[in-house]
Ligand binder design. Structure first.
Ligand code: PBG
Length: 322
C-alpha cells in the first residue's frame, strides 16, 4: 500500500481551491493601452490579436465597460516623430492628454505612464543620439522632462523604460524639485534586450532605425547583473521595480523577490502574449482555451514572486477573477 497522501488534497475542486497557495487578485493586474490622436479610433494591432490602438474617447469607453481594472499603463503614440522626441514632453502631447482625461474621468484608477523616447524619436531609440551614439546624460535629462510633464498631467506613477544609467535618480530629483513628491516611480529595472518585443514595436512603430538596443537593455545571458540593476534603482528612489519580459525570466523575478523587500512588477510582453494566443488557437478545442492558458501563465509569474503583472490579456483575466 502506498503511504503517499498528497492526492487527498486534490480530491475535488472544493478542496483544491481551499488549499491553493497562489491566487491572482484583480489588484495584481496592470493593463497596458496604446493611445493615439483623434476621435473614434479603434484600430486592431495586427500582430497582437485583441489589442487595439485607441483614441482617448474610446479608451474611456473601454475602461467604463471594465470597472474591475485597478491600474493602467499608458503608451502614447504621437502623429509626428522627430529627432529629439519632442512630442514626448509636450503639455498637449498624446500621453499627457490621456493621463489628464483618465484622472478626470476615473476616481479609483491608478494611472501609470511609460516614460521613454523610442515611440517619439524618428530613429526609434530610447535615448538621445549624439555623434551616432546614445548620450546618457542628455537622455536622462530628456527622460526627467518627460516624467515631469506626466506628473503635471496627473500620473500616479511614471515608469521609465529606457534603461539609461541614472534615469530613476534624475526623475526623482526633477519630480521633487517641482513639488511632485507623491508621484511614484515604477522602474523598468531589469529590462532585457529581448526578441519578445517585436509585436510591440509594430504597435508603436518604434523599431530602432539603425543598430539595436543592446548598449542599454540587458544581455539575456546575465542574471546577477539584473540584481545590480534593481539594487541601483532602489537606491535611486524606485518605489516599485520591474522585471521584463516575464516568462523567460522567472528566475530573475524569483531571485529579486528573495533579495529585495520592494513590490515587484513583471511585464508579460507583447511577444509572449502573441505566442500564447497562437498556441491557444492552434490547440483550439474549447472556447476558454486562451483563458486557461493565460491563467496558468500569469499564476506562474505571481508564484515566482511578482506582485503586479502587466498583461495584454488583463481584461479577460479580470472578468474571470470576478
Ligand atoms: C520601450 C518599451 C518596449 C516595451 C515597453 N516599452 C520595447 C522596446 O524596448 O522596444 C515592450 C513591451 C512589449 O513588448 O509588450 N521603451
Amino acid at each position: 500500500m502506498s503511504s503517499t497522501t498528497l492526492r487527498r488534497l486534490r480530491r475535488n475542486s472544493l478542496i483544491r481551491d481551499w488549499v491553493k497557495e497562489t491566487e491572482l487578485h484583480p489588484k495584481n493586474i496592470i493593463l497596458p493601452f496604446f493611445v493615439v490622436e483623434g476621435k473614434g479610433v479603434q484600430e486592431p494591432i495586427k500582430s497582437m490579436p485583441g489589442v487595439y490602438h485607441l483614441s482617448i474617447d474610446n479608451l474611456i469607453k473601454d475602461l467604463r465597460s471594465a470597472p474591475q481594472i485597478h491600474s493602467v499603463l499608458l503608451f502614447g503614440i504621437p502623429n509626428k516623430k522627430d529627432k529629439s522626441g519632442s512630442g514626448a514632453y509636450k503639455k498637449e502631447g498624446i500621453t499627457q492628454k490621456a493621463i489628464r482625461a483618465l484622472k478626470k474621468e476615473f476616481k479609483d484608477l491608478i494611472v501609470i505612464s511609460d516614460v521613454c523616447l523610442c515611440g517619439f524619436t524618428s530613429n526609434g531609440h530610447c535615448g538621445i543620439i549624439k555623434n551616432g551614439r546614445i548620450d546618457n546624460d542628455a537622455s536622462i535629462k530628456a527622460l526627467a522632462k518627460i516624467a515631469l510633464s506626466h506628473a503635471e498631467a496627473g500620473a500616479d506613477f511614471v515608469a521609465p523604460s529606457a534603461m539609461m544609467d541614472g534615469q530613476v535618480k534624475a526623475i526623482r530629483q526633477a519630480l521633487n524639485k517641482k513639488g511632485f513628491k507623491d508621484t511614484g516611480i515604477l522602474a523598468y529595472s531589469a529590462k532585457y534586450a529581448s526578441n519578445f518585443y517585436g509585436p510591440f514595436r509594430e504597435a508603436l512603430d518604434s523599431a530602432p532605425q539603425f543598430g539595436d538596443r543592446k548598449s542599454y537593455q540587458m544581455d539575456f545571458r546575465n542574471a546577477n547583473e539584473a540584481l545590480r540593476e534593481i539594487e541601483e534603482d532602489i537606491k535611486e528612489g524606485a518605489d516599485i521595480i520591474m522585471v521584463k519580459p516575464a516568462l523567460a525570466y522567472l528566475d530573475i523575478i524569483y531571485r529579486a523577490k528573495q533579495k529585495f523587500n520592494i513590490p515587484i512588477a513583471a511585464y508579460n510582453v507583447s511577444g509572449e502574449y502573441t505566442m500564447l494566443q497562437g498556441l491557444a488557437n492552434s490547440v483550439g478545442d474549447g472556447r476558454d482555451r486562451p483563458l486557461q492558458l493565460f491563467i496558468e501563465v500569469l499564476t506562474s509569474i505571481k508564484r515566482a514572486g511578482a506582485d503586479f503583472i502587466i498583461t495584454y490579456f488583463g481584461k479577460e483575466i479580470l472578468r474571470w477573477i470576478k
